[in-house]
Design a protein around this ligand. Sequence first.
Ligand code: NAP
Length: 215
Amino acid sequence: MKRKVGIMGGSFDPIHIGHLVAANEVLNIYELDEIIFVPTGHPPHKEGLRADSYHRLMMANMAVLSNEKFSVSDIEVKNPGKSYTLNTMREFHKLYKNTEFYFITGTDAVIDLPNWHEPEKVLKLCRFIAASRPGISIEEVSEKINEIKKMFGGNIDILQIPMLQISSTDIRERFRTGTSAKYLLPECVEQYIIKNGLYREEKCPRNEDRCEYAY
Ligand code: NAP
């Protein structure tokens, strides 16, 4: 029997409870064996109030510690070039034989699939789960996803996750303005953000000038 592995792709800037609940829901519903969180590299168009890939990777690692079925891969972060999901999925297929992959990400990203690098090939390598947050019209999303399926084939499911009301954008804004973000993200991640001064200013500390770090 094939193993079933979820690949949770996103910036995780920062990782929050919504991501963890979404991953756990997919794990339960699709009876997956494990989920691997894959933070993206640092796309140049996402400068500003953003954390360096090193910090995002560290936060993701801390967030998954309490779940033996969750882990984090640095496959995209360690790659200095542009990370295409096609390359990432090819790498995972090389590493894990006899495995069926489920790529989990936000609906915004899935709707944008036609603009990805070789979407048809990506859709052959994994089944997609589009995690939808409250407030997004499922009818509208389904319509767009049906068009994508017609264009490229493949399997794309939509899953509504009420906890995705929590968003990284809102969390970053809270740290910038000094508003509490307690309970929206794991406490260790909150402490890490405070300790490293992330999201306090328009530009986050970069890898090379990161402060002391004990982990
Ligand atoms: P993003 O900026 O982090 O997220 C876009 C939206 O989806 C945000 O609303 C985000 O909410 C939500 N989201 C992100 N990851 C999620 C997850 N795993 N579960 C639930 N919701 C999630 O991400 P992105 O840059 O669009 O990329 C998403 C994934 O698609 C990445 O793995 C990326 O590599 C891949 N991608 C590939 C290509 C390509 O191959 N050419 C192009 C675009 C994207 P929060 O802000 O609250 O997280």
